[in-house]
Design a protein around this ligand. Sequence first.
Ligand SMILES: Cc1ncc(COP(=O)(O)O)c(C=O)c1O
Length: 321
Amino acid sequence: MTTRKHAAEPDFLLALDRYRQQGVLAWHTPGHKQGRGASPALLRALGQSLALDVSDVLADKRHHDDWDEVLLEAEARAAEAFGAAWTRFLVNGTSGGIQAMLLAVLKDGDRLILPRAAHMSVAAGLTLCGAVGEYLPYRVDRQLGLEVPPSAEDYAEAIATHPDAKAVLVTYPNYYGMCADLAAIAAVAESHGMWVLVDEAHGAHYAFHPQLPPTALSCGAHITVQSAHKTLGALTQSSMLHAAAAVDHAALDRALTLVKSTSPNALLLGSLDAARAQMAVAGKQLWSSALEQAGAAREQINALPGWLCLTPDRMRQVVPY
Ligand SMILES: Cc1ncc(COP(=O)(O)O)c(C=O)c1O
């Protein structure tokens, strides 16, 4: 893997800022004209950031940076940082990314093996592509009363029952931070020629500290979608779709075209680039500190009578039924 020049810099965001500094008189959308025509209330609330909210200019290669190139480079740097072969920035959340992932891989009538508690965007994706969901058993920990991820055995059984399924979907982690044994699930799915699709909405940070769970891609996922606005510092709605080399990246781009706006918000794209740069530069140090503080908080909560805060050890001891 090559180390890209200036990997520490959020070049897309910096290019936006350069455009602001040029003081260009905007003849392009959005109609607030970099804040000049904004309502006073909006201007008060958002200030300078309105000057970075430009959309049509992203298509103008004559007078400014070649935005396509800057964006592709930012996505390539993200691929490198997150351990992917190919990455796309998303401005309509992991929801849009999941829909595109399913549209790229599944056709009308195909089968997808998935957890019962999958996010509603998975149901939306199935509806859009016409594929059929084969649901895994819903498991709950006896003591905690919390949903636990389906096991590798659950997936293996479903794969044996539906050997014609085209793909499996794993929610990783689930809503309580518990991770399925993704490497084992991916191994059995791969041995049956199935795609391994991951909803990693709450796991965008996993690449940046060795004490965090392994990333979906490192466990053998073919495609994963992460909400960089949930556990990283990107603006709300900002997500990333990462794919392994074996995936048809052009098919993913075509599928994304079906679900995405043709006017992506530059602030969201810039915030994804900045979140990537922040993690590339300081991710390990920031997560070390967060993990230490979370560990101390858990200990204190668990010392209170009648309170239980899940620890990684307790998560490994779930008793599903
Ligand atoms: C497990 C899971 N998957 C997908 C999503 C959708 O993510 P986004 O809000 O980025 O569209 C969510 C949102 O909460 C989620 O919890």
